[in-house]
Write a protein that binds this ligand. Sequence first.
Ligand code: FMN
Length: 191
Amino acid sequence: MQICILNGSPRKHGNTAELSKPFVEALTDGGAQVTLHPLAEMDIASCKGCYHCQDVPGEYGCFQQDDMHAVAASIISSDIVVLLTPIYTWFCTAELKAVLDRFFGLAKFYRSAEGNLLEGKRIAILATHGYDAAYAADPFVIGIQRMCEHYHMRYEGMFSVRDTDDIASFQTKQAIGGAREFARYLLREKV
Ligand SMILES: Cc1cc2nc3c(=O)[nH]c(=O)nc-3n(C[C@H](O)[C@H](O)[C@H](O)COP(=O)(O)O)c2cc1C
């Protein structure tokens, strides 16, 4: 199984990176091939809303020549896309939001091109946040569920941990065990 992780945290050694360690470990232990994209270290512009991609069939098709093309290729070859992000202002970070907007070029619904390169892809969220999970992350979860409906992707759920004590919050038995269990859940074949 191929898994593409889109890491939206700007902090290389921050809370979200810490939570991702046992998660990635459990995925690789389970035989998955994992590609992790550190979005904050990549050159990915925002969507310009030009709709050029909607006239380019069979490929990503964005006119902007930046690192999103490598991310798009990774998404296309993956079974599961994981959105790894701290909650910033009730949503994902700007780095990840830019990528989500540019998913547009993978699904052709609006102009001459046809074909949805996101069809049937599974998507999951691994998140950290300061407030309790529902209050902090519900708006983001709802946004992603709506995106999945629109692009015909399968939403697989979220595992998240609250930042109550900086990095130590993500080193507890519960946080590590939960991240591992979520990884094992994703690896179970779904019919
Ligand atoms: C700019 C900014 C905005 C934030 N907004 C929220 C928020 O809306 N809700 C929340 O629960 N936590 C919020 N937080 C807290 C972070 O989500 C939390 O500390 C997270 O674990 C940070 O992860 P990181 O170390 O990977 O950046 C915010 C933090 C920052 C720096």
